[in-house]
Design a protein around this ligand. Sequence first.
Ligand code: SF4
Ligand code: SF4
Length: 159
Amino acid sequence: MLSKILSKKECAKCRICCCFDSSDVWETPIITKPLHDKILGEYNPKQKFIKKDNCYILDMPKDESDGLYYCSMLDRNSGCILKDDKPFDCKIWPFRVMDFNGVNVITLSPVCPVVKTRSLEDLSSFIETIAPTIFQQANDQPEIIKPYIKGYPILATDC
Ligand code: SF4
Ligand code: SF4
């Protein structure tokens, strides 16, 4: 979905967004019921989940060597095993849908070291092309909407 501004090669060298520490567990991707069932049926029948509203999040064991929680769908050599089935949150990362005073907005997480190097002009033009899809998904699956975090740049508003 983001291939116009981010290459697979750049992500392969990074993978920051597939591991979490205790301060950013809110970023773990929301898993819908159909995806939950697909993960159990096709990817890992032993995967454990934590229920969150009408959806789930993946139960990720802590890696005691560095204290981080690596996504259980991450293969450390080849990347996300879910490929095209990855959660919508992951398909649009580092863009986030947030609730800004009751209005859905698309923001950019400052954590991604690559996308933040793109010009604001390029990002805004790109977001215009995918904003309708993102806002539609947020309407269909409000669990992906996060509370607004001060300082996150707003690139589009659902109005
Ligand atoms: S943080 Fe950005 S560059 Fe790194 S893997 Fe995630 S999307 Fe790719
Ligand atoms: S589901 Fe895939 S893309 Fe999303 S955090 Fe896990 S490994 Fe990364």
